[in-house]
Design a binder for this molecule. Sequence first.
Ligand code: SAH
Length: 495
Amino acid sequence: MSGGVVYLVGAGPGDPGLMTRRSLELIASADAILYDRLVPAGALEGARADAELRYVGKEPGAPAVGQQEINRQLVELGRGGKRVVRLKGGDPFVFGRGGEEAEALAEAGVRFEVVPGVTAGLAAPAYAGIPVTHRDVASAVAFVTGHEDRDKPESAVDWNALGRFPGTLVLYMGVRNLGMAAERLTAAGRDPGEATAVVERGTDPGQRVVTGTLSDIAARAEEAEVRPPAVTVIGRVAELRDTIAWLKRRPLHGQVVAVTRARAQASGLAARLRDLGAEVVEAPAIRIERRAVDLPRPESYELICFTSPNGVRLYFEALDRDARALAGVTVAAIGPGTASELTRHGIRSDVVAERFVAEGLLDALGGLNLRGRRALVARAAEARDALPEGLRERGTEVDVVALYDTVAEPLDHAAREGLARATYVTFTSSSTVRFLLESGGRVPESARIASIGPVTSATAREHGLPVHVEAERHDVEGLIQALTDDAAARRVAPA
Ligand code: SAH
């Protein structure tokens, strides 16, 4: 037998955070990945650059790759010695035809492994605040699939038996046949007044929940225009949602927050926003481009000023020595983000400007006698000159080293679309404002604009953008604080 292995992997219900560690490891090492439509956004981001990615899902209106053909491809790749990931939504063995694929592989003598995933029938109710079992309410749960195929009305589902099932029912099916299912269940003895909830796009930022009773849920779902994928939970546990629904209590629930900073820097901010319940739209307006520089020896200065985390990072890249090179130098930083990037390089700043602007650093340096001393300002090429000028006014001999350029990043289609839906647009520097507008980014009228500090706010206003929220602390944490405060104030405010 060859060295090929096929992994039948569950990718979970949609929230990337619910992918298992094992699934991520396998995606990262696979030669080939065959994936479905319902895999989480970004699930394939960790794949090798040279991995072969094959889409084998069904697309409405397009010919689907048949199950036989998928089985054949899996066998062929496995026999060819490949490391293959067959990535499926939810769990591979819950209504995912993973069983058939495993059988085909076993029959062909291809080695395979199964990696369970979080199934939609558990995750979507959980995100809707519905425990599928509960000590006082339901001690059994049944997962049911209904045929959505109109041509096959004779489904394999025994609705009669399910009508008498003593516990929660979770239906994996669209709402088209929900009326039929409800009728059959009530005819078989289920209480028409039983609590029922439909969860659309469970665990996704766009999750929606429609609640009702078994008798009216079909009409309510239709009225709400529920679309697949959706699961329906039938049982008294659905009543607990009123108490348990936790998702909508998150501070930024329902907010669509656009992040305009450089993609490389966006992840920290984006992750924190998601944690707080926001849907994050990445619309990077800028990119950091390093310059080739001949860094002057740090020993020739008494003071080195860093004005941004990027500046710190690129300075140490260019320096090609460690923190000891700055042993005798006074180190000054604008803003806590810059200071914390310095600690990452083993340097505790001697002076940190509390205000995230050049003037703030000049104030903070006020106590030092800088006359006749030499200072280096390490920064972006197109920065304001307030800091070097202010230092020169105090009699300091100043060199400036431009470590990088901030350049425009063209907005792609997804970024434009996301921006159009944003309820908050965040700006973390003047350049994000300028370049977003220059590349044709449109900030919706209804969106609230959040700025990291006064300089950025001023640039926004100069460009005709109102600033609704300004961070008091001029870093990511401060911006997030300001956003959540604003969202909370607006939530309780009278309409
Ligand atoms: N193997 C998958 C199920 C595949 S069948 C799993 O374990 O979750 C496809 C059905 O799953 C859809 O029709 C829908 O009923 C349900 N489903 C999948 N993802 C869902 C989601 N994010 N929210 C609600 N239902 C979902």
